[in-house]
Design a protein around this ligand. Structure first.
Ligand code: 3PG
Length: 209
């Protein structure tokens, strides 16, 4: 379980948070990100197209890690796993979800924003977390503060992070990957400007290197 999440986080410094508005966009959009060097993608269940998108992107990009985001209950967890999601991202935690995830194949990256939520996950053996919503929950200083009481916890911050603020998070010892929707701006996706998506991915990876 932890090994899977560590492989996912180790595969990319940037994890795009992707919300599919038109089902036909899923594959070309993710292919464009892959061409731009992105190896990990989180496809949210915020639209009715999320599950089908996960299925088709898994098939089209067998070399990428494809996860489901915005999973908030066990029923969605099961559906995402059945669609082929290799990992699951939640915006927050419940004891029920944390327990369920330990018995499932798709590994969980649980969302936390407080020390209490961290303690809940920590007690069950979790050491990798999503820090959400990163910018409003304290940003870089909050993650620095967490490294005191939770020295072996690693975080993937998301929520309000942009191309020019990603580096500040990645400079922290407890951050290896940052997530965000800045890689898939609405206007470029609506215009099906896949070359632009590849360019943003390449530019973002260049900026943080
Ligand atoms: C998430 O679920 O991780 C966020 O919606 C991504 O946040 P952003 O849209 O502010 O990048």
């Amino acid at each position: 379980h932890r090994e899977r999440i560590r492989s996912v986080l180790g595969a990319s410094q940037i994890m795009p948070v992707i919300t599919i508005k038109h089902p036909d966009d899923a594959v070309p959009l993710c292919q464009a990100l892959f061409e731009g060097g992105i190896r990990v993608m989180e496809i949210t269940l915020r639209t009715e197209h999320g599950l089908r998108a996960i299925e088709s992107v898994r098939e089209a990009l067998p070399e990428a890690w494809v996860g489901a985001g915005t999973v908030t209950c066990i029923a969605q967890y099961r559906q995402a796993e059945a669609a082929g999601a290799q990992f699951i991202v939640t915006p927050g935690v419940t004891k029920a979800l944390l327990d369920f995830a330990l018995t499932s194949e798709a590994a969980l990256l649980p969302g936390v924003s407080t020390a209490s939520e961290l303690m809940l996950g920590y007690g069950l053996g979790y050491r990798e977390f999503k820090f959400f919503p990163a910018e409003v929950a304290g940003g870089v200083p909050a993650l620095k503060a967490f490294s005191g009481p939770f020295p072996d916890a690693a975080f993937c911050p998301t929520g309000g992070i942009r191309r020019d603020t990603a580096r500040g998070y990645l400079d922290l010892n407890n951050v290896q990957t940052v997530g965000g929707s800045w890689l898939t701006p609405d206007d470029a996706v609506a215009a099906k400007d896949w070359a632009k998506i590849t360019e943003i991915a390449l530019g973002s990876l260049r900026d943080i290197s």
